[in-house]
Design a protein around this ligand. Structure first.
Ligand SMILES: Cc1cc2nc3c(=O)[nH]c(=O)nc-3n(C[C@H](O)[C@H](O)[C@H](O)COP(=O)(O)OP(=O)(O)OC[C@H]3O[C@@H](n4cnc5c(N)ncnc54)[C@H](O)[C@@H]3O)c2cc1C
Length: 223
């Protein structure tokens, strides 16, 4: 995964929103994709976190072609449902897989800036420990913010801490995470591939969370 920083202001945005980026070739062919904002609202630079899909049309552009100083065709900020504002409160359960961390990172960063006492649990799935993007930042936040808990689960590699998991997310895993939480989540945000979001959302609802309290963002794909 790569971070892309936008220098130009995009106007005010909420944690959880995304931008649409349009690439246009010399012959006029255009392709547009959505990318979530990973920075907190008000941050000096707007950060996007882009995962490279080898057979992708647009994502490889940010790894192979884009250069610092390039101009991008950007629309947004977009999105009204998958957002968190401090007044939305919590406790929060955030569930991410892969690049799905992007909008949840914005929420975590926004939460960390405030004086909010509301507990936040981030359940973050990746293939290996090294694939957990932003893990140094998240581990440091866990050290200094008593209300923040990171639970990592690695599907193809060993866990690094006894409190983490090394299997795919399923209902049993969600059950264990909820059982170890001091308070039930009032709001749940789930983000990742379409398939991951389906599994995670079904699991939290089966564990008793009211569906209207579960907000989802599907990035596409089956992984
Ligand atoms: C609201 C929203 C926010 C998004 N935010 C981000 C973000 O912050 N970071 C990010 O990296 N992506 C994000 N995405 C996904 C992004 O918009 C593109 O779909 C992704 O970059 C793939 O585009 P591509 O042109 O490279 O691949 P495509 O040419 O569109 O697809 C190539 C192949 O990969 C599959 N595929 C498509 N999307 C995914 C996926 N997400 N996971 C696995 N396989 C996939 C396709 O089915 C196809 O087989 C977001 C999507 C939405 C709808």
């Amino acid at each position: 995964m790569n971070s892309v920083f936008l220098r130009a202001p995009i106007g005010a945005y909420h944690a959880g929103q995304h931008l649409d980026i349009k690439l246009t070739a010399a012959d006029g062919y255009a392709a547009q994709r959505s990318y979530s904002i990973a920075s907190a609202p008000g941050a000096p630079r707007v950060e996007l976190v882009i995962e490279r899909l080898e057979d992708g049309e647009v994502s490889p552009y940010f790894f192979e072609v884009a250069q610092a100083g390039d101009t991008l065709d950007v629309r947004g900020p977009i999105g009204g449902h998958f957002v968190w504002r401090p007044e939305d409160g919590g406790p929060l359960l955030l569930i991410a897989a892969g690049s799905g961390i992007a909008p949840l990172l914005s929420i975590v960063r926004h939460w960390a800036e405030g004086s909010s006492e509301t507990p936040v649990t981030l359940l973050y799935s990746a293939r290996t420990w090294d694939d957990l993007a932003f893990s140094p930042e998240l581990l440091a936040l866990e050290e200094r913010a008593p209300g923040f808990r990171l639970v990592a689960t690695t599907t193809r590699g060993r866990r690094h801490r006894a409190t983490d998991y090394e299997r795919r997310l399923d209902r049993a895993l969600v059950h264990e995470v909820l059982a170890k939480s001091p308070l039930s989540p009032r709001l749940v945000y789930v983000c990742g591939s379409t398939a991951f979001v389906e599994v995670a959302t079904t699991a939290v609802v089966d564990e008793g969370v009211v569906p209207s309290r579960v907000r989802t963002e599907r990035f596409g794909g089956t992984g």
